[in-house]
Design a protein around this ligand. Structure first.
Ligand SMILES: [Zn+2]
Length: 367
């Protein structure tokens, strides 16, 4: 989404053109430079890189740092409608998303933000902190959300941590479906956790496996030692509200990246609520594959991924199956340390003795 209206002149452009190519502003970033003054007037400050008057910190007199060691060299290159910011009243880290004012996404977000719905503890959709029209271009609206990190990193310490996360996601799905919302894009990239207790040093939007965006050790506390940890679904860009209920809900069409879902078709309608079950089941199976100690949850994942949509459990039934498995686990089995299949000795040593990992490669998150 690139808006061409209201783009102010960029006084820093000439300076930036002489920067090494890799740290120049990308086209998607120039859009955010144009939003900077408006967001500032609404109380949200983007990173210094997006300030129209940005002067790269490593070019300032007396600075001898390489650009790669400076936070303002970190860039985004994929999404021009999502970026992190700071809420100036309390310095809280937030994420700002620009959506069409008449979009289904905005309707759904408003619907789920209703006071009654928000007070339901099963509402695991990300809270919305602020919504305001982009007055320079009123066909677009800004939404502000709290900053969150991916739900499956840092790695789970024990089965109890997985159980806590998955119960919240199953209840969250139950809540959405009871309210006739099909998420339509359930996947780890859209399943988040609130990090303040687990990663007290915080993480950086451009790479949440680092604290400040630099290649360094990444420290955390085990969730089971500092919980409770809240988990949330994000990104309602593909979601749909079916006010008449989900039993007869139908949609049509294939989607890029969804090839594994058997009923998706360009010609034959299918029920999107059943697709949600399948996708959450896929996430369960992925985690079982990653953590061999979670193998008792394999039958739940397989049931949720039944080839025939009618063979898949409803969220209520999936929760019952889930609870049945959990009740069969002793306290010591729930709290025993587990490892990822690919964990090497160095991972085990640093996790056990230091509580950290070395930073890993960058991945962008969609909100
Ligand atoms: Zn634990």
């Amino acid at each position: 989404m690139t808006l061409q209206t209201g783009v102010p002149e960029d006084p820093g452009e000439a300076t930036r053109e002489v920067l090494p190519k890799w740290c120049r502003l990308r086209d998607v970033e120039k859009t955010w430079v144009s939003y900077y003054p408006f967001l500032l007037s609404r109380g949200y400050r983007l990173r210094p890189r997006y300030d129209p008057d940005w002067i790269p910190s490593w070019t300032l007199p007396g600075k001898k740092l390489h650009p790669s060691r400076c936070e303002d060299s970190l860039y985004i290159w994929l999404k021009d409608n999502i970026l992190d910011a700071v809420r100036m009243t309390d310095n809280a880290k937030v994420v700002v998303k620009l959506v069409p004012t008449d979009s289904a996404e905005l309707h759904i977000v408003n619907f789920l933000s209703d006071e009654n719905k928000r007070s339901d503890p099963r509402n695991r959709t990300i809270p919305i902190l602020d919504i305001f029209l982009y007055t320079d271009s009123p066909e677009y609206t800004f939404m502000v959300m709290p900053y969150m990190r991916r739900f499956n990193y840092p790695p789970f310490h024990c089965r109890g941590e997985f159980v806590d996360a998955m119960r919240q996601f199953l209840e969250g799905l139950q809540f959405m479906h009871e309210n006739n919302i099909a998420h339509c894009d359930i996947a780890p990239k859209n399943m988040m956790m609130e990090e303040s207790r687990v990663v007290p040093k915080g993480s950086h939007f451009t790479d949440d496996k680092t604290h400040v965006g630099m290649y360094e050790s990444f420290w955390w506390k085990e969730r089971c030692s500092v919980g409770p940890v809240p988990y949330y679904y994000i990104d309602f860009g593909l979601s749909h509200h079916y006010p008449d209920g989900n039993a007869g809900a139908l949609t049509i069409g294939r989607r890029r990246g969804f090839d594994e879902i058997p009923e998706l078709s360009d010609t034959k309608p299918y029920n999107p609520f059943k697709v949600d079950i399948y996708q959450l089941g896929m996430t369960v199976l992925d985690l079982v594959k990653t953590y061999p100690a979670l193998d008792m949850f394999q039958p739940l994942g397989e049931k949720m991924c039944s080839k025939r949509p009618d063979d898949r459990p409803t969220p209520d039934e999936a929760l019952q199956l889930f609870d049945g498995i959990v009740h069969g686990l002793s306290k010591s089995k729930l709290s025993a340390r587990m490892w990822q299949r690919g964990d090497m000795l160095i991972h085990r040593i640093t996790r056990t003795f230091c509580g950290c990992y070395i930073a890993e490669p960058h991945e962008e998150i969609e909100y």
